[in-house]
Design a binder for this molecule. Structure first.
Ligand code: OGA
Ligand code: NI
Length: 338
């Protein structure tokens, strides 16, 4: 528990050595230009469906990122959820200690930095609460008991965000021309919620909340709230993703890159910290079920040769953990050598 940044950093005046990243990985200035080209997609009824699909596909090909508004998740539910997860991190240490664990096999886990804290040379300036959330009735009993409304509010939120994720996947499916039902239970049967907490940091130029990585899942729906910190790596440059309080940031995971045979990108991104205020983000990951075999969709393979080989999702996840953010080496290992 002493290792949680949110616990010990309350009184920290300087950044400890073991949070200082190597020169090439440091953010330096955390004030990067806002990426003006990440599309904002209006999912309100009345919008042209084919235009929406075109914009989403173009965004997934170019950036692997877009934001959505009028997405059907109520602003009240978003505000309530943000409040309850902040309340979670604001609870007294004794209460958080009940959820704290360094055992990654534990399904509901509060921990700091990454699963491999003990082996890290440099730690990440973040705490994380993570738990499964689908099917809800099979996992809600594993979640934190406090704050007392956590299960109720986060339960509703998880369901709504899952619904939205499946709507977006359906638009992507149509855009890619995949057969109806392609993103069924096998590819979407697992969902986890990850609540990142980045406390104010004494020197944001030297450290990171999350280092450069791409997400290993199918699709990610992230609530950034009103505090900036998410950056995308595009053409060798870091660009900020504008914080829009009730919008969701959507990004493509490695599984969708592989299923689309490389047409869609799972873009690299990171989280920087700031010295002014704590930042809390709520991230929903849609994953294939562990034993699902993932491979490029047949209809995406134009010349008969797929770019990637097939694999069991759980094996991919293990290899992802082993590669530790080395996206190139990870994806190369799944490429078919020609
Ligand atoms: C993640 C992630 C970014 C953020 O959790 O995978 O990229 O801004 N989070 O919290
Ligand atoms: Ni991520």
């Amino acid at each position: 528990m002493e290792t949680l940044v949110s616990t010990w950093s309350r009184t920290a005046q300087i950044l400890p050595e073991n949070y200082v990243f190597p020169i090439g990985e440091r953010p330096g200035s955390v004030e990067v230009p806002i990426c003006q080209n990440i599309p904002l997609i209006d999912l309100a009824e009345g919008q042209s469906q084919s235009q929406t699909i075109d914009t989403i596909l173009a965004a997934c090909e170019e950036f692997g990122f877009f934001q959505v508004i009028n997405h059907g998740v109520s602003e009240d539910l978003i505000d309530d959820t943000m409040k309850v997860v902040k309340d979670f991190y604001d609870m007294p240490d004794e209460e958080k200690a009940k959820v704290y664990s360094i055992d990654p096999s534990k399904s509901c886990q509060l921990y700091t930095s990454s699963y491999t804290y003990a082996d890290e040379k440099v730690h990440f300036w973040r705490d994380n609460l993570r738990h499964p959330c689908h099917p809800l009735d099979e996992c809600i009993h594993l979640w934190p008991k406090k704050p007392t409304n956590y299960r109720n509010v986060v339960g509703k939120y998880s369901l709504e965000v899952r619904k939205l994720s499946l709507i977006i996947l359906e638009l992507i499916r149509e855009g890619l021309g995949l057969k109806p039902g392609y993103f069924g239970e096998e590819l979407t049967g697992s969902q986890s919620l990850s609540v990142n907490h980045y406390p104010p940091c004494p020197d944001p130029s030297l450290t990171l909340g999350l280092p450069k990585h791409a997400d290993p899942n199918v699709i990610t729906v992230l609530l950034q709230g009103s505090v900036s910190g998410l950056q995308v790596f595009k053409n060798g440059q870091w660009l900020g993703v504008e914080p829009l309080p009730h919008a969701f940031v959507v990004n493509i995971g490695h599984q969708l890159q592989i299923i689309s045979n490389g047409k869609l990108r799972s873009a690299e991104h990171r989280a920087v910290t700031n010295s002014r205020e704590a930042r809390t983000t709520i991230v929903s990951f849609i994953n294939p079920s562990p034993d699902t075999i993932v491979e490029p969709a047949k209809s995406m393979i134009s010349d008969g040769v797929p770019l990637y080989r097939s694999f069991k999702f759980k094996d991919f996840l293990n290899f992802y953990e082993e590669k530790k953010g080395d996206t190139k080496a990870l994806m190369e290992a799944y490429k078919i050598k020609t």
